[in-house]
Design a protein around this ligand. Structure first.
Ligand code: NAD
Length: 489
């Protein structure tokens, strides 16, 4: 399959074909590694969303997808997953030029996991069953999971194809039609997915993709559309609040995966040979632009100096540079605007704490969006750097003396997405894991994802869970059918 990389205009994908915006307007898709425009992108608005939703509704009602058997749908999902793997290089190139992330990350995480999303939900669908109750001899109660109709998916820029397919695969599995609004910074891989689903024979109109912005644009239009039954959203907490307000007008079902401020905790009895290099990855993978990042590191007082010295040394040796080179570990952040936001935090950190390494942008690159891996010590736990989601390569390290004060600090942010605990004492791990107010806890690990497990956050990090049966239940509605028998036959 020959994919259309870097075409002149990245268009909407509606009813199985590519189309421009009705307004004929476009916006720029910019490569943050050199600030050059890669492509023009069709700028969708409410009228493009209307068309996409109408096509979704028509395809749903015709039943060419929604009425297929689980097995038939699973076969198409498998095929989509296979085609993603077949086109791995093109998709990874598109992801890296849109985001500035290292090509190896695009290849081995983003695109691999996107394919896995389809393969996983295809398999999982086969194991799905409803329930039956036969309490009385003359009654039978069945519970069916029916599709919702047209669902709206809104996704962020940090893991574009991976997070879109994390929603698309289960939504398709349950028989829904979809309108996806990808992040405006990263429209490329979503556009290419249109070619892939056509090749896999997904019926036209089942997956529709409309590009554009959020407020007063395609994103908002999707959240208020009366024919959209549910919104699954991943992005910032503040955006989640706006979507909830808008979606309340038509009482949509909502699933929110929002921001995080993941705590990474190293106790003195941890295996430091594993804990320290993993802390580095947890803080700086994808330039720190990961919702599950270990973006606050808590280290027990007795080993604080040893951990800090080793971590700083490792950070200094990270390869930062051209995202297209395979040895690159840190590429550019997503945009000039985001770079400025991260540098403002670094400036504040320099005033309030000790800069231990990094703090500058790389010179000699084609853009100024390459930020060194940056580590701070001696910041107060209530400082903005320790409380707010920076979403960049910036790591505050905090010393702790006992479990009670540690837990107070860990639970002090408004977020509750994820945390990691490093200790060889299983009883301590159990106590700390249960005491942290977060949806996902890793013990002696980070970023391991088993897709059957519930994924989501507590507090301001989200509403609902996705993954395995949680996703399939979100993208469906339960219907109860009761049969009454008569002995009169
Ligand atoms: P964002 O909230 O700015 O944008 C996400 C998407 O929402 C984009 O497609 C955008 O166009 C759209 N949008 C913005 N305003 C909207 C509105 N009013 N109505 C409808 N749509 C709207 O987030 P981002 O900057 O793209 O992504 C980074 C954020 O995402 C971080 O906070 C990060 O933690 C979070 N995130 C969370 C998870 C998770 O699983 N919890 C995963 C990845 C990223």
């Amino acid at each position: 399959m020959n994919m259309t990389l870097q075409s002149l205009e990245l268009k909407h994908f509606i009813n199985g074909g590519y189309s421009k915006s009705k307004s004929n307007q476009t916006f720029d898709d910019i490569n943050p590694a050199n600030n050059k425009t890669i492509a023009k992108v069709s700028l969708g608005d409410a009228s493009d969303i209307d068309t996409a939703v109408a096509c979704g509704k028509e395809s749903f009602e015709k039943g060419a997808w929604s009425k297929l058997s689980f097995t038939e749908r699973a076969n198409v999902l498998y095929k989509i997953g296979d085609l993603i793997l077949e086109n791995k290089r093109d998709l990874a190139m598109a992801e890296t030029t849109d985001t500035g992330k290292p090509i190896n990350l695009s290849l081995n995480v983003d695109i691999e996991r996107s394919a896995h999303n389809f393969h996983f939900f295809a398999r999982y669908l086969a194991s799905l069953s409803g329930s039956t109750y036969f309490n009385k001899t003359d009654e039978l109660h069945l519970t069916l999971l029916e599709p919702l109709g047209v669902v709206g998916l809104i996704t962020p820029w940090n893991l574009p194809l991976y997070l879109s397919t994390w929603k698309i695969a289960p939504a398709l599995a349950m028989g829904n039609s979809i309108v996806l609004k990808p992040a405006e910074w990263t429209p490329h891989t979503a556009t290419l997915l249109g070619e892939i689903v056509n090749k896999a024979n997904l019926p036209p109109g089942v997956l529709n993709i409309v590009h554009g912005f959020g407020p007063a644009s395609a994103g908002e239009a999707l959240t208020i559309h009366p024919d959209v039954s549910a919104i699954s959203f991943t992005g910032e907490t503040s955006t989640g609040k706006a979507i909830m307000k808008n979606a309340s007008q038509t009482l949509k079902k909502l699933s929110f995966e929002l921001g995080g401020k993941g705590a990474n905790i190293i106790f003195k009895d941890a295996n430091l040979d594993e804990a320290i290099p993993t802390a580095l990855k947890a803080a700086f993978t994808n330039q720190g632009q990961v919702c599950l990042a270990g973006s606050r590191l808590f280290v027990e007082a007795e080993i604080y100096d040893k951990v800090v010295t080793k971590l700083v040394e490792l950070a200094k040796h990270m390869v930062i540079g051209d995202p297209l080179q395979t040895q690159t570990q840190i590429g550019s952040v997503i945009s000039q605007e985001h770079c400025k936001k991260v540098l403002d935090y670094i400036e504040l950190g320099c005033k309030e704490g000790d800069l231990l390494t990094g703090g500058k942008t790389l010179t000699g690159m084609e853009s100024d969006n390459f930020i060194e891996p940056t580590i701070f010590g001696n910041l107060r736990n209530d400082s903005r750097l320790c409380q707010e989601e920076i979403f960049g390569p910036v790591l505050p390290i905090i010393k702790f003396n006992d479990e009670d004060s540690l837990l107070e600090m860990v639970n002090s942010t408004p977020y509750g997405l994820s945390a990691s605990i490093w200790s060889l004492n299983v009883n301590r791990c159990n106590y700390i894991a249960r005491s942290i107010k977060a949806g996902i806890i890793w013990v002696n690990s980070w970023f391991i994802r088993e897709l059957a497990t519930p994924f989501g956050g507590q507090k301001m990090s989200g509403i609902g869970r996705e993954g395995g049966r949680y996703s399939l239940e979100f993208f469906s509605q339960a219907k109860s059918i009761t049969y009454k028998y008569s002995n009169d036959f």
